[in-house]
Design a protein around this ligand. Structure first.
Ligand SMILES: CC(C)(COP(=O)(O)OP(=O)(O)OC[C@H]1O[C@@H](n2cnc3c(N)ncnc32)[C@H](O)[C@@H]1OP(=O)(O)O)[C@@H](O)C(=O)NCCC(=O)NCCS
Length: 178
């Protein structure tokens, strides 16, 4: 992701993952400090340039940032991090534990972040993604993000360009849409 950075959230949301019958109920909630070990476990397994625990800690304390965790039974299995600045949001981080990937959890987290952003009147959400990250790009395109630019040599380990993607809430995403 970008500075591999983040939003504002909605409190607790309970949702049912649509894909797997084995996935009973995924609960989304705002992360708290006690989640940092689980966040770090997933972060380290997901990225070659991971955030560290103090990055998560400062974001948890930042009013312009929101980390949402996906919890399955008692386990944290994924998270999103969204940053807000004025009327824009940045999806700074999104990851799902490898064992639980491909079951709709990433989609659920991202859709919730978009719903929150729309409800808060965000004009646009942005993200950066490695060009080679096909699964993430497919997810973003499926949820109506469009590629609007490229940052050359943005990533390290390995060196790679970032694609910049943007999503703007549509009329159906408006807070008071019928
Ligand atoms: C990207 C990531 C968050 C997706 O989470 P997920 O829970 O596996 O994704 P979902 O099951 O919700 O899938 C949603 C969509 O993503 C795409 N997708 C997911 N896995 C995919 C794969 N292996 N290949 C291609 N597309 C894939 C599909 O478009 C899918 O939609 P579909 O189910 O209708 O086909 C997850 O793979 C992950 O944590 N990856 C490592 C960390 C990372 O790269 N984060 C993004 C940084 S920019």
């Amino acid at each position: 992701m970008g500075s591999r950075s983040r939003t504002a959230a909605t409190g607790d949301v309970t949702t049912h993952a649509s894909i797997s019958e084995s996935l009973s109920a995924v609960r989304l909630r705002t992360a708290v400090e006690a989640d940092i070990p689980a966040l770090m476990r997933i972060e380290l397994a997901s990225f070659s340039d991971p955030w560290n625990a103090s990055a998560f800690r400062s974001l948890l304390q930042a009013s312009a940032a929101r980390i949402t965790v996906a919890q399955l039974d008692e386990a944290v299995v994924g998270y999103s991090a969204v940053l807000r600045a004025a009327d824009e949001a940045e999806l700074a981080n999104l990851a799902v534990e490898a064992t639980w990937q491909g079951r709709g959890i990433g989609r659920t987290l991202l859709a919730a972040a978009q719903a929150t952003a729309a409800a808060e009147g965000v004009a646009a959400m942005y993200l950066e993604v490695r060009e080679s990250n096909r699964s993430a790009r497919h997810l973003y395109e499926a949820l109506n993000f469009a590629t609007i630019g490229r940052r050359r040599g943005y990533y390290r380990q390995p060196d790679e360009d970032a694609l910049v993607m943007q999503w703007r809430p549509g009329p159906r995403d408006a807070p008071h849409a019928a």
